[in-house]
Design a binder for this molecule. Structure first.
Ligand code: OAD
Length: 378
C-alpha cells in the first residue's frame, strides 16, 4: 500500500485523539452542491472535531426526517415524493447511463451477516466493550495500535474474511459490471466480498485497504499475508524482520494514508454518468466527499436505511434521488425494474454453488470471472 500521499488524503483520528489528521465526522458533506475536486477534502480534513461541531452548530445543520421513502428533488427546488428507483431504472433502460460509479460501505454487507460500524446497538462500535479501549474507533487508530496492537489483533480474528458470503447487493453490482455499465466500485469495506462475488480487481477500489496483504506499520516493509494471519490467529504479534515493528494487515487505519488506487477517483468521478451510493453513513473523510466530485448534472442515487451526508439536507440537489429502507429490498426492486432479477439470482446461485458459467468478455485471461475466488482471502 502506498504511503506517500499528501496529508489531505489521510484518514483522520476520531474523537478523543489530540493529534487530528482527519475527521471521523464529515460535517458538511457538503453544504456545497457544485462538483468539486478533492480540494474540498483538504478544506475539511484538517479541522479538529470540536471545530467541525462548532461549524455545524453555526450553520444550524440538523437532520430532518424525510416524509417519504422515495424522494427526489424537483426542478422547483422543493422535495417531493417520487419513484426514485423507477426514474433511475428508466434512465438505465433508455441507455442514458453507461458509466456508473458505485460508492459503498458496510451496509451492503449486513445481509451477509457482517455488522456495520455505526448502527446503534448492532454496529461494531457499539460492541467493543470487551476490548477495553478508550473509545470505539481507537481499535482502528494507528497511534493506538502502535502502543497496543492486541485489541485490534483480537478483533481481527473475527474480521478476517472467510466466514461470510456475498449477498444479492454484491451480485447486483457484479451484474452492473457484466452489463458493461460499471465504471468503478469504490468500497470502504474490508470484508473482501466484492472480490469474492467476482467483481474484478480493475473495477474495484478498496479505499480502506484489505486483509489480502500485510506490512509493518512502521516501515511498511511487506510481510507475507498468510504468515501474518497465522500469527494473529495464534494470538501472536507478527514482527517485521526489518525494523521489529508490529506487522498488520493492510487495512487503512485512522491516521494512515489511503492506497494508491484510491487516487484514481480524480479520473473516474468526472466521467461518471450515474453515482450509486449504497450502505454508508458518509461519515469518514476523505471518502465521504468523493460523492461531491461528480458533475452537477449527474444523478446521484442513495440506497440506504437513512438519509446521509448531503441527502440529509432539504431541498435535495437537483438530480439527487434516494430510496430509504433495507438495501437488499431496494436493490431487488431496481433489479426487477431493469428486468435483471432472475439473471442476478441465477448468477448468484451458480456462483455460490461453485458453477462458473460466466466469462468476462473483456478479459482474455478470464481473470475477471469466477477465478477471482481463487485469489480471495478465504
Ligand atoms: P457505517 O456503519 O458508518 O454506516 C453504514 C450505513 O449503512 C448506515 O447509514 C446504516 O443505516 C446503513 N445500513 C446498514 N445496514 C443496512 C441495510 N441492510 N439496508 C440499508 N442500509 C443499511 O459504515 P461505513 O459508512 O461503511 O473504517 O463506515 C465507514 C468507515 O468507518 C469504515 O470503512 C470503517 C469505519 O471506521 C475501517 O476501515 C475500519
Amino acid at each position: 500500500m502506498s504511503k506517500a500521499k499528501s496529508s489531505r488524503d489521510r484518514r483522520i483520528a476520531p474523537p478523543g485523539v489530540t493529534r487530528v489528521t482527519r475527521s471521523s465526522i464529515n460535517p458538511q458533506d457538503s453544504q456545497r452542491t457544485k462538483p468539486t475536486d478533492s480540494g474540498l477534502v483538504n478544506d475539511l480534513s484538517l479541522m479538529s472535531v470540536s471545530e467541525q461541531q462548532a461549524l455545524l452548530a453555526r450553520e444550524g445543520k440538523s437532520y430532518q426526517s424525510p416524509s417519504t421513502k422515495s424522494v427526489l428533488s424537483s426542478s422547483s427546488g422543493t422535495s417531493m415524493p417520487r419513484e426514485a428507483l423507477g426514474t433511475i431504472g428508466r434512465l438505465m433502460k433508455l441507455g442514458r447511463v453507461q458509466n456508473i460509479v458505485v460508492v459503498a460501505g458496510a451496509g451492503i454487507s449486513t445481509a451477509s451477516g457482517i455488522p456495520d460500524f455505526r448502527t446503534p446497538g448492532t454496529g461494531l462500535y457499539a460492541n467493543l466493550a470487551k476490548y477495553d479501549i478508550p473509545y470505539p474507533e481507537a481499535i482502528f487508530n494507528i497511534d493506538y495500535f502502535s502502543d497496543n496492537p492486541h485489541p485490534f489483533f483480537s478483533l481481527a480474528k473475527e474480521l478476517y474474511p472467510g466466514h461470510h458470503r456475498p449477498n444479492y447487493v454484491h451480485y447486483f453490482i457484479r451484474m452492473l459490471h457484466q452489463k458493461g455499465l460499471l465504471l468503478r466500485m469504490y468500497t470502504q469495506n474490508i470484508d473482501g466480498l466484492e472480490k469474492l462475488c467476482g467483481i474484478p480487481d480493475d473495477k474495484l477500489v478498496e479505499a480502506h485497504g484489505s486483509f489480502a496483504t500485510a506490512a509493518c506499520h512502521l516501515c511498511y516493509t511487506p510481510y507475507p499475508a498468510e504468515e501474518a494471519k497465522q500469527a494473529i490467529m495464534n494470538g501472536n504479534v507478527p514482527i517485521c524482520t526489518f525494523c521489529a515493528g508490529a506487522v498488520k494487515p493492510n487495512v487503512v487505519f485512522f491516521g494512515e494514508d489511503l492506497p494508491e488506487k484510491y487516487f484514481q477517483h480524480a479520473e473516474d468521478f468526472p466521467k461518471a454518468d450515474l453515482l450509486m451510493i449504497m450502505g454508508t453513513s458518509l461519515k469518514i473523510e476523505p471518502f465521504a466527499s468523493l460523492i461531491n466530485t461528480v458533475k452537477s448534472t449527474v444523478p446521484r442515487l442513495l440506497l440506504n436505511r437513512d438519509p446521509v451526508g448531503p441527502f440529509e439536507r432539504r431541498p435535495l440537489r437537483r438530480g439527487d434521488y434516494m430510496e430509504l429502507g433495507d438495501l437488499s429490498d431496494s436493490v431487488r426492486k431496481l433489479a426487477e425494474i431493469l428486468g435483471w432479477h432472475t439473471e442476478i439470482q441465477d448468477l448468484m446461485n451458480s456462483h455460490e454453488n461453485g458453477v462458473c458459467s460466466y466469462t468476462d468478455p473483456s478479459s482474455s485471461s478470464g481473470e475477471n470471472s469466477d477465478s477471482s475466488e481463487t485469489d480471495s482471502m478465504h
